[in-house]
Design a protein around this ligand. Sequence first.
Ligand code: 13P
Length: 212
Amino acid sequence: MDAREALAEGARAVAASGLVVGSAGNLSVRAGDDMLITPRRAQLGALEPGDAVRVRLEDGDALDGGEPSSETPLHRAVYAACDAGAVVHTHSHFATVLSTLVEEVPPVHYATVAFGGRVRVAPYATFGTGELAEAVEHALRDRCAALLANHGAVTHARTVERAVRLAVELEWLCSVAYHAILAGSPALLDDDQLERVAEQSRALRYAEAPTP
Ligand code: 13P
């Protein structure tokens, strides 16, 4: 499958999974020195391979005349910081709810380890700005997921398919954490318990390391 097809398939999967409403959310895939990114105001559920906009990673220029996603600075910042192959940004419900309540996703479940550790919440900044891109880059350090305060979530991985899967898993983790907080004072996993899960995942070959 070529990069444009992978992007379109990923976008439709994000929409089918209920992680976005309206024209919210965007995805990109790395393509050499460029990225292919969803267009501004795209309906992800109807994205076609030909809709993708090619953007040069170095300077953010759109190379084929399209209007790239407003979150182009955020996507470029992720590719500059690590060797991610794909980035997914959603406004998924529970991730967004939790982003208004906490500074990191409470480690209520060992699935936390799939994101490289406790998922941080990047401080609020206006969408589409370099300020938001910088805050998210910081929150993603050694992680493959972050929440964006009062906004949504971002995940990255080597492939679009994996980045979408992480977005779905993150939404699930946020829903469990939200309901646990609502119900009382959940027991949280400590660093030692999370490290043991990481070891077990490596031993049983569950782990897919976050892109460094
Ligand atoms: P775009 O339609 O420009 O991709 O923006 C949607 C969005 O989610 C902004 O955070």
